[in-house]
Design a protein around this ligand. Structure first.
Ligand code: 8YV
Length: 319
């Protein structure tokens, strides 16, 4: 008999068909949240789960006695309680690599969007304000030849550094848990301690995964160290930053602006303070959201689940 898996979101047809060759599917192919009763039924018989962002904690694990593998369609897996999963003998897998270049593109989009005030000036034109030469009122900040500071130099960090150094002639520095001599040689980037990076960068891009060590690693004292002309970009996880401190930094103009794809709570509330500020560019967590990359991620998530449930050696295991 084929193992039963629970898929908690709509999938591209090709990915669904691939899974149907290996498993019996409990398929929640809707965007709406699954109702509790169906969820509990599906969990009670699932040997595997294909999800993206569902919390895998003690509560879920208790409700899923047959569970062996959870495959998340995302690179980040901060929604996995790895210790609890270990206790219950459940493996987690994720989808790194396939999204690196796409997320790096978005980092550049946010840098350019902030520096050249793209969204703000789009509104300016639409609202009929473009009547005569506005002069300095619509000037921005150069990206080319500016200094970029990358916090978290993993694969996506390297893809951002490559674009910045070779495409925009930027001076690129990075801060990371460990030094990357290989990336330094290949990309011409250099290592800086966090305080130095913050004090000297024109653009700071946050790319570190969310872990116990990186939770709220950027707070008030860090924004105070940044240049008043600099921009803060976050495409990692909202919780790596103290959001109240960022709001204060933007309100008090300690920094020139921010470009954000991620937030402490997503989606943000309709009365969130960010919505009242015009020096912040806001995106709805779309780092990896292109048709091709989301397809590749879904297929890799399906393959990870299949390998982990049917072969001896799982791939892309979350550690
Ligand atoms: C989305 C991401 O969160 O892969 C990640 O870690 O941040 C994004 O790709 C994810 O795919 C949820 O839809």
């Amino acid at each position: 008999m084929l193992p039963t898996i629970f898929v908690d979101r709509p999938l591209p047809d090709e990915v669904k068909q691939y899974l149907e060759q290996h498993f019996r599917l409990d398929y929640w192919g809707k965007n709406e949240k699954i109702d509790k009763e169906t969820l509990l039924l599906y969990l009670s018989r699932a040997e595997g789960i294909l999800t993206s962002g569902r919390s895998v904690d003690e509560r879920l694990l208790k409700a899923a006695p047959r569970l062996r593998v959870v495959s998340t369609i995302s690179a980040g897996y901060n929604h996995f309680d790895l210790e609890a999963m270990k206790r219950y003998g459940v493996i987690g897998t994720h989808t790194p690599h396939v999204l690196d270049e796409t997320v790096a593109d978005l980092a550049l989009a946010l840098m350019l969007g902030c520096g050249r005030r793209v969204a703000e000036l789009d509104q300016y034109v639409r609202q009929g304000n473009w009547e005569k030469n506005a002069g300095r009122a619509i000037f921005g900040t150069d990206i080319h030849h500016a200094t970029l500071g990358i916090i978290g130099m993993g694969r996506i960090g390297e893809a951002v550094a490559k674009r910045a150094a070779f495409g925009f002639s930027m001076n690129v520095q990075y801060y990371n848990r460990s030094r990357k001599p290989d990336a330094e040689a290949r990309l011409g980037v250099h290592y800086a301690e966090l305080d130095e990076l913050l004090a000297t960068s024109d653009f700071v891009v946050m790319l570190t995964p969310l872990t116990e060590q990186t939770e709220r690693m950027i707070g008030k004292e860090h924004f105070r160290k940044m240049k008043s002309t600099s921009f803060f970009i976050n495409i990692s996880r909202g919780q790596t930053v103290d959001e109240q401190a960022l709001i204060e930094a933007l309100e008090q103009k300690w920094i020139a602006g921010a470009g954000l794809d991620v937030f402490e709570v997503e989606p943000i509330q309709h009365d969130h303070p960010f919505l009242r500020l015009n020096n912040v560019l806001l995106l709805p967590h779309i780092g990896s959201a292109t048709d091709k990359t989301r397809f590749d991620m879904a297929m890799l998530g399906a393959q990870n689940l299949t390998v982990a449930l049917t072969e001896a050696e799982p791939q892309n295991v979350a550690k």
